[in-house]
Design a protein around this ligand. Structure first.
Ligand code: PCA
Length: 185
């Protein structure tokens, strides 16, 4: 079974393209909308681990990025001045006390970026998913599910861009990227 996740809206936005892309992707998968909370990220990673998926593809919004980015690394650090959706703002805390400082996904991120390029979807490898909820969720997935998980950060989509007036990637491309990553051999 494949698990696809996106996040609920946060930071006052009315939507989150990461979830919209998951909904739109034509993939036979369990689709889960994860809360933007540090506690929820860990709870959901643990629940997903119990489902014993063969692959987990997690998406999140990176509003300042201008291309799809494939995250290679998750770190054991939660640090944010911006509170999560339950008002929590961690100050240099660990995701898991008993975990290593970082995990590197075993997912073939280079092959994925190449494949996306062949599909006409520019993407690159990122070596930091930040220190907010996305990184915590990715770390928790790699800690609990294992190295088959991969995290994709997406820029705003065309609907969000109407208000942000910044760069965007069409939702259609994001959804196609999800299909490619879900089925990559
Ligand atoms: N992006 C945030 C959290 C939820 C989301 O979609 C992040 O990059 O941490």
């Amino acid at each position: 079974m494949i698990v696809l996740t996106g996040f609920e809206p946060f930071k006052g936005y009315s939507r989150n393209p990461s979830w919209e892309a998951v909904l739109r992707a034509d993939v036979d998968a369990e689709k889960i909308r994860v809360p933007v909370t540090f506690s929820g990220a860990r709870e959901w990673a643990e629940r997903i681990a119990e489902m014993r998926p063969e692959r987990v593809v997690a998406l999140g919004l990176a509003e300042a990025r201008t291309q799809i980015s494939v995250e290679r690394v998750a770190i054991n650090l939660m640090d944010s001045r911006m509170p999560d959706n339950e008002g929590y703002a961690p100050d240099e805390e660990k995701v898991y006390e008993d975990g290593p400082d970082a995990y590197i996904t075993r997912f073939p991120v280079k092959r994925l970026v190449e494949k996306l390029g062949e599909e006409g979807i520019p993407a690159y490898i990122s070596n930091t998913a930040g220190t907010y909820v996305c990184n915590a969720f990715y770390y928790a997935l790699l800690h609990k599910v294992g190295g088959e998980a991969v995290f994709i950060h997406v820029p705003p989509d065309e609907v969000m861009a109407l208000s942000t007036k910044k760069a965007y990637v069409p939702l259609e491309h994001m959804a196609r990227a999800v299909e490619v990553v879900a089925t990559l051999r």
